[in-house]
Design a protein around this ligand. Structure first.
Ligand code: FAD
Length: 296
């Protein structure tokens, strides 16, 4: 049947927004316009990614520092294990602390060039080791990644779930999922987590897709299934960005409303530094801008 509209007495969900650190002056302008647009929605936190192999270290640091210094937003910095010694990673974490950042999204990262991952000889081997290391440095709030469709390199779905549990046992308090299009798969994953005794929030990562071709390419790399119906919906819109955006809004709105109807009350948005789709979907979820303060 049709999805129920959000009830007037139902609390709006908690949101978080993910950005990537800008590489050029133009992208920097775009990012800050995006942040200003989304800030009044009072996200629980906003996170800034760490480029492959730590390649964006300086830019991630600059972005989270500016968020901490110039806005009311709570910044979270992503940090990875790949290609660095424990001492180097610890130094980055301490730098974040000194900049006023108290929340870290702790990740393994991927091998540069797309090959098989191998731990750095003097580094943190896996994300669970990084979480334990961060715990020794200070009282960070720590989020980690979860994979409703199983991480592509995992030996089995059970093994991957054990890995998630290790990260939470090591001190992470929240998981954010890889994005997914098949909502039923995510809901089944929540059931599997609960059955495994995992009680931390498993926040769905929402990717509002407006460039289908690009999303399909990217999904192949990160193990996200692209259902046939999704390709079908975007078919024929290649030359029509206006229609593509409307279709994209509807796809994402249906997804979050299905999740909300199933009791999900926290969402993480992969904004790609573009505010409009995220803002519209947040609106549909019942999130309204703060009237008085909260803006960047
Ligand atoms: P882990 O939790 O360490 O797990 C990786 C794999 O190793 C899993 O298959 C696990 O089952 C397996 N494993 C764990 N321990 C062992 C062991 N002892 N022996 C053998 N196998 C083991 N990447 C970036 O570079 N920068 C980012 O900013 C970034 N942000 C992200 C944000 C989110 C929300 C998500 C979902 C992903 C992000 N990624 C980012 C991508 C991430 O780095 C990759 O998905 C990476 O392949 C796995 O990272 P992880 O932290 O999940 O790894």
């Amino acid at each position: 049947g049709p999805l129920p509209a959000r009830q007037a007495d139902q609390a709006p969900p908690q949101l978080s927004f993910e950005f990537f650190p800008p590489r050029t002056e133009a992208l920097e302008q775009q990012l800050w316009a995006c942040i200003r647009r989304l800030a009044p929605l009072r996200p629980r936190f906003v996170s800034v990614t760490y480029g492959a192999g730590g390649s964006t270290h300086a830019r991630t640091h600059a972005t989270v520092s500016r968020l901490a210094a110039e806005t009311d937003l709570v910044p979270a910095a992503h940090l990875t294990c790949v290609g660095a010694t424990r001492e180097e990673v610890d130094a980055v974490a301490r730098g974040y602390r000194e900049a006023g950042v108290r929340h870290i999204v702790a990740l393994r990262g991927d091998a540069p060039g797309g090959g098989a991952y191998a731990p750095h000889p003097g580094g943190y081997d896996y994300a669970c080791d990084l979480v334990a290391g961060l715990r020794r440095i200070g009282d960070f709030e720590i989020s980690v990644a979860a994979y409703p469709e199983t991480h592509p390199a995992a030996r089995s779905p059970e093994d991957d779930l054990d890995n998630l549990r290790r990260k939470l046992d090591a001190g992470a308090t929240r998981a954010i999922t890889q994005y997914f299009f098949d909502t039923a798969t995510y809901l089944r994953f929540l059931d599997r987590c609960l059955a495994a005794g995992i009680t931390a929030p498993i926040v769905p990562g929402i990717m509002p897709v407006s460039n289908y071709a690009q999303a399909a390419r990217f999904s192949a790399m990160c193990g996200t299934a692209v259902p046939a119906w999704l390709g079908h919906l975007f078919e024929g819109t290649e030359e029509d960005p206006e229609i593509r955006r409307i279709v994209a809004s509807i796809v994402a709105a249906e997804q979050v409303r299905t999740l909300q109807a199933n009791g999900v009350d926290e969402f993480h948005f992969y904004t790609l530094n573009r505010p409009d789709l995220t803002y519209a979907i947040a609106h549909i979820l019942g999130v309204r801008p703060a009237t008085a303060s909260g803006a960047a």
